[in-house]
Each structure stands twice: as structure tokens, then as C-alpha cells.
Design a protein around this ligand. Structure first.
Ligand code: GLY
Ligand code: MN
Ligand code: MN
Length: 438
């Protein structure tokens, strides 16, 4: 499908306005470098999220420069055409075609960047870049700045401030535009299909990696470029390891399987977790724990609406879980006592969600001036309570090694929220019905 460049142009225009409102200056936003995996083999290339957000351009060795002022300008620096390299590595736009195709005001060869930066910095009040993110870029920017300073006797002013550009872009990235929402809905749909496929694949004696392979198959066959993060396919006790990624155990009859997996589509992440019995039927204790996490998730989702503070969902989920841990005989004491002492953290030790977007743990602050940020329409977040019960003294044995997380992706709407991962089976009845199709 041809790229719709309008959203990228609109974002550049907005950032230029923001830069101007912040006093003006030049912003430098490089894409990610290619990285060696071993000897002469690279990791699969993934562009930088900030750069992509503003350009839609996927090649490595590229830098966006925005110049705020009376005549705001966007300039792409990128690789030049090179027929020899294109025979080996594939098509590259080259500056002229890139300018045309992506709608930049100017485009230049990447080799000219350093010399051009020194010229572009002249008589500007500030430089905006990702301060401290890559030491090499800090050095490069400072060197260009020093070249301008060396021209002082010609009457040229050099920028007096170096500021972080990310915080300005983060505020934009927190509110998804229509193009982003459409892509994220599609990513969520693909991932939901992958979880359904996993439910139809898992069975006692199969390997966790067999299920992981089905997830990847489903992602790729719908055009997703890669998993958005390392898929977690964790059976039995592995489900109590929050970042388990080995996925190399054999699933046992009677185990629960926790799958945390989502695809990345055109740069955007989806992030879904489901937990279900390998043999297709929840046992009594598994069902009790599962229904508890489900109720906690429902309580958190009920808090998602414009104006609600970021933490309301976490507080609601934690309250439900804490009461449930008492009711199941996992904890002793009163609800207030358990919440106050934090003893519930033995079984629920993470937070209930995070921003979601180009990065799975997406950009954006969670607090403003010390207070939790109020949600606004266009925010995208995950809702992912869980319970992880390791064998321990005082913990009834029937619950040992039950690890459950239920995670969906929520778009804040004008009136509440829309769960964009809704097509992923979630109730006990729905999961058992899908698994019965095996
Ligand atoms: N899959 C990463 C997370 O849920 O935060
Ligand atoms: Mn998540
Ligand atoms: Mn997840």
C-alpha cells in the first residue's frame, strides 16, 4: 500500500510550531544505527521510533533536521543512490526521490550532515536533540556547535542552549492520531488472531516453542514485520517468571500456559497476554485465580475515561486482587491491612499498565508536576493485572505455580475506552470453547 505521507507532514509541522513556541532553534532527530549481531551479520533493522514518527522513512543512515523560524523547514539527510550497493542490499531512495516521496522541504546526502549542521546552527537560539541518549550524537552536535563558535569574529551568533527534543515529541506521541489508531487496531487484530491460533495449538506434551512458532506464523502471514517484543510462552512454574523468554519447556497436562505476545505492524506495537490451561479445561483452583484476575482487569478498565487519573486503574485492580488473595486463603488480615502493608505484592508485584504505541512501553510521562496524569481521548494504554503464586510456606499447595496475567490494549475515547484487543478470547467459557476446536 502506498504510504500516506500526510500524517507525517502534519506531525513535522506541529513539532516546528512547538519549537517556535519554545523560542525557536534547530532540531536533530537521527534514526537508529544498524547493529552487528555477530561478525558480519546484522540484527534485523528497526528504525528509531521518534524519527519514524516524524518521517515514515525506514532506511538506516538517515537524520531529520527541523529548522524553526519564519520559514520553517524540514530537511532529510539520507544515503545516496548506489547501484552497486542496491544490487546487494536492495533499493534506496536517495535524497531526491526521498524528498519527493516523503514530502520534505529539502533532502541532502548524509555525508554532508556535519558540515551542514554547522551552517544550520548559525544564528539560532537553541539546539534540540536527544541529549545524553547516544554519546556519539552528543559529541557530534557539540563539534558542530564549536564550529559555529569558531566563527564568532565574523559576527555569527552560536546557539546558547542545548535542549532535549524528546520531551516535546513525547507529548505528541501520547495522543494517537487517526492514522496511528488505524494501524494499532490492525496490529491488535492480528495479535488477537495469533492468540486464538495459540489456543488451538497448545496441548500436553507439546513444546512452548511450538506455540511461539504459531504466533510468529500468524504475525508474519498478515504482514507484521516482527514481534513487538520477545514473546513469552510460559507453562507451569515458568508463568511465575515475569520476563521468561526461553520458551523451551514441554507443556504438562494440568499446567496453565501464559502467553504475552503481540506483533509490530508498520512500527506500532500490540501487547496481549492470555493465560489458559494446556489441556483445555480450567481446574477449580486455576479457575478461581483466573476469575479473580479477570475481575481485577474489569475494575481497572472501568476506570479508563477522559479525566480519570493514570493510576486509578492500578488502584482499582490492586484492591480487587488484594481482597481476592484474602478470600482464596493466600493472605491473612483485612483488606486495608493488606493494602497498607503491601503484602499483596507477594502475588502481584508489577503495575497494571503502560503507554503503548511505537514502543511497547511507549514514550510519555506518567506524572505531571508530581500528580498522576489525567487520561485524555487518544491515549493508548495496556491493562494487565496478574497473579503469580510461587510455592511458599503458608500458601495452599493447590495454588502453587499458578501464574496468570490478562492483558488488553485500551484506547481512551471521548466517553470511556475501547478495548482494541477485544477479539482475543478471555472468559473461561470462551477460552474453553476455542480450545475445544482443537
Ligand atoms: N509485554 C511487555 C509488557 O506487557 O509490558
Ligand atoms: Mn504490557
Ligand atoms: Mn505484555
Amino acid at each position: 500500500m502506498p504510504l500516506d505521507i500526510a500524517p507525517f507532514q502534519a506531525r513535522r509541522a506541529r513539532l516546528l510550531q512547538t519549537l517556535q513556541a519554545a523560542g525557536g532553534g534547530v532540531a536533530i532527530i537521527p534514526t537508529a544505527p544498524e547493529r552487528i549481531r555477530n561478525r558480519d551479520t546484522h540484527y534485523g533493522y528497526r528504525f528509531d521510533s521518534y524519527f519514524y514518527y516524524l518521517t515514515g522513512f525506514r532506511e538506516p543512515d538517515a537524520v531529520l533536521v527541523l529548522v524553526a523560524g519564519d520559514t520553517p523547514r524540514s530537511i532529510l539527510f539520507c544515503r545516496t543512490k548506489d547501484l552497486e550497493r542496491e544490487i546487494w542490499d536492495g533499493y534506496r531512495f536517495g535524497p531526491e526521490a526521498a524528498r519527493e516521496a516523503f514530502g520534505f522541504d529539502e533532502a541532502r546526502p548524509i555525508a554532508e550532515l556535519d558540515a551542514q549542521l554547522a551552517l544550520l546552527f548559525a544564528n539560532q537560539p537553541a539546539i534540540f536533540h536527544s541529549v545524553g541518549y547516544e554519546p556519539a550524537w552528543d559529541t557530534r552536535v557539540t563539534e558542530a556547535l564549536n564550529q559555529v563558535r569558531a566563527q564568532a569574529r565574523t559576527g555569527c551568533h552560536s546557539p546558547s542552549q542545548i535542549r532535549d527534543v524528546r520531551s516535546l515529541i513525547d507529548e505528541m506521541r501520547l495522543i494517537k492520531d487517526a492514522a496511528e489508531i488505524a494501524t494499532m487496531r490492525r496490529a491488535a487484530e492480528i495479535s488477537a488472531g495469533a492468540h486464538r491460533r495459540a489456543m488451538r495449538t497448545a496441548r500436553p506434551d507439546a513444546w512452548e516453542y511450538e506455540v511461539e512458532a504459531e504466533l510468529i506464523h500468524e504475525f508474519r502471514r498478515h504482514g507484521s514485520q516482527a514481534p513487538a517484543y520477545g514473546s513469552i510462552v510460559a507453562s507451569g512454574a515458568n508463568a511465575c517468571v515475569l520476563h521468561y523468554v526461553e520458551n523451551d519447556c514441554r507443556m504438562q497436562d494440568g499446567d496453565l500456559l501464559l502467553i504475552d505476545a503481540g506483533c509490530e505492524l508498520d512500527g506500532y506495537a500490540s501487547d496481549i497476554t492470555r493465560s489458559f490451561p494446556v489441556n483445555g479445561r480450567f481446574s477449580g483452583p486455576q479457575k478461581a485465580a483466573y476469575e479473580l484476575v479477570l475481575a481485577a482487569q474489569a475494575a481497572a478498565i472501568a476506570e479508563i475515561r477522559p479525566g480519570a487519573d493514570w493510576n486509578a486503574g492500578h488502584d482499582a485492580a490492586t484492591r480487587v486482587l488484594a481482597q481476592g488473595f484474602i478470600d482464596l486463603g493466600l493472605l491473612e488480615g483485612s483488606l486495608d491491612g493488606v493494602l497498607e502493608s503491601g503484602s499483596y505484592r507477594q502475588f502481584y508485584m508489577h503495575r497494571t499498565g503502560h503507554w503503548l504505541g511505537l514502543d511497547v512501553h511507549d514514550a510519555g510521562e506518567y506524572k505531571i508536576a508530581g500528580n498522576w496524569r489525567p487520561l485524555v481521548a487518544g491515549n493508548m494504554l495496556t491493562v494487565e493485572p496478574g497473579c503469580y503464586i510461587r510455592p511458599a510456606d503458608g500458601v495452599p499447595e493447590v495454588f502453587w505455580n499458578i501464574g496468570i496475567r490478562i492483558e488488553d490494549d485500551a484506547l481512551v475515547t471521548d466517553s470511556g475506552c475501547d478495548i482494541i484487543t477485544i477479539a482475543t478470547p478471555k472468559s473461561v467459557a470462551d477460552i474453553e470453547a476455542v480450545m475445544a476446536e482443537r
